[in-house]
Every structure is written in structure tokens, then in C-alpha cells.
Design a protein around this ligand. Structure first.
Ligand SMILES: [Zn+2]
Length: 115
């Protein structure tokens, strides 16, 4: 199942090989060069994962907006301070979002351009 493979960060072709070298808290974005199971090359070309940044933005907007609204309601702070505080509060989530965005990017790219 594709959704399961995405959540488990598995190869977009065989859904078996792991994309990352280890768990987020230990290896962050360190990826395998190729799928250990089917040999699929993950990093197709230099700058390939710049496309993943669009997913990072899209994934980041809803939680940041929610934090802004929450802080705006719960605190007497000025709006510019609320914006800054929302981004600071969101920072710890950035590594996980960046990693998930890479997985989504791999799947999208493989979907429209398989090998
Ligand atoms: Zn594979």
C-alpha cells in the first residue's frame, strides 16, 4: 500500500527498501544512495531535492497558521510578536517535516516520471 510505504519512508518503486539511513533523531536527512532492494537511485541529479522544499512550505503553512491563531487568542502580544513566536514554536518540527517532504517529493516525481 502506497500510503503505508510513504509513512514508513520506503522506496517509491518496490515499497521495501528504506530511503533513510536511520531514524530522524540519529541521522536526520542522511539517505541511502540507492534502494537496497531494487537499486532505484533516490537522488536523481544535483539539486534534485530542491523540489521537496515546495512540500515543506505546503506542510508548514497549516501548523504555523494554527500556532499564530492560538497565540493571538491566548496572549495579549502584538501581531508581529505572535508571528515570530509561532515560527519559533514551529522550529522543532522542521526536521521531521523536511524529511517527510523528501519522501513525498520522491513519490510524486516517480509517479509523473518513472525512470
Ligand atoms: Zn526499491
Amino acid at each position: 500500500m502506497q500510503i503505508q510505504a510513504i509513512v514508513r519512508e520506503l522506496c517509491p518503486r518496490c515499497h521495501t527498501g528504506k530511503i533513510f539511513r536511520g531514524p530522524l533523531w540519529r541521522t536526520y536527512l542522511a539517505m541511502h544512495e540507492r534502494c537496497a532492494e531494487c537499486g532505484l537511485k533516490y537522488d536523481r541529479e544535483p539539486g534534485y531535492f530542491l523540489g521537496a522544499m515546495y512540500f515543506s512550505y505546503m506542510l508548514s503553512i497549516p501548523p504555523v497558521m494554527a500556532l499564530v491563531l492560538l497565540l493571538w487568542w491566548l496572549t495579549p502580544w502584538r501581531f508581529d510578536l505572535v508571528i515570530v513566536a509561532a515560527f519559533v514554536a514551529y522550529l522543532p518540527l522542521v526536521p521531521a517535516v523536511t524529511r517527510f517532504a523528501r519522501v513525498l517529493w520522491l513519490y510524486l516525481d516517480r509517479h509523473f516520471d518513472p525512470d
